[in-house]
Design a binder for this molecule. Structure first.
Ligand SMILES: *[C@@H]1O[C@H](CO)[C@@H](O)[C@H](O)[C@H]1NC(C)=O
Length: 104
């Protein structure tokens, strides 16, 4: 679907609408990041299926993965997802022209 001529699809996978929940929890690319994180910090935890499950995981601390560490790692994962979507959006947009030079 296009709103203001901008696609609403997730720009990483182009499969589903780009919602907070989708981009940060459900998108196949983001799930790979969470798999890696959970493998290291909390191997018995299943992948999150909702934003609320992520928040609940953040509130549960353990000796191996205290709350502060979970929060910092989650912030890094969210930042990484947002940076990836921005980079993908920039790559797919037209090359920008500045002072006669093209940026690629
Ligand atoms: C995206 O959202 C719009 C508006 O709710 C809906 O019409 C469309 O089917 C959705 N697209 C996908 C791929 O889910």
């Amino acid at each position: 679907m296009l709103i203001l001529n901008i696609t609403t699809l997730c720009c990483l996978c182009v499969v589903a609408n780009e919602t907070r929940e989708y981009v940060l929890i459900s998108c196949v690319y983001c799930r790979e990041v969470w798999k890696f994180i959970l493998l290291r910090l909390d191997p018995v935890c299943n992948l999150f299926s909702s934003w609320l499950q992520l928040l609940s995981w953040l509130r549960r601390g353990s000796a191996a993965a205290p709350k502060t560490m979970r929060t910092v790692v989650a912030q890094a994962a969210i930042f990484s997802s947002m940076a990836s979507t921005q980079q993908t959006q920039q790559r797919s947009s037209q090359p920008r022209v500045n002072k006669g030079h093209k940026f690629v």
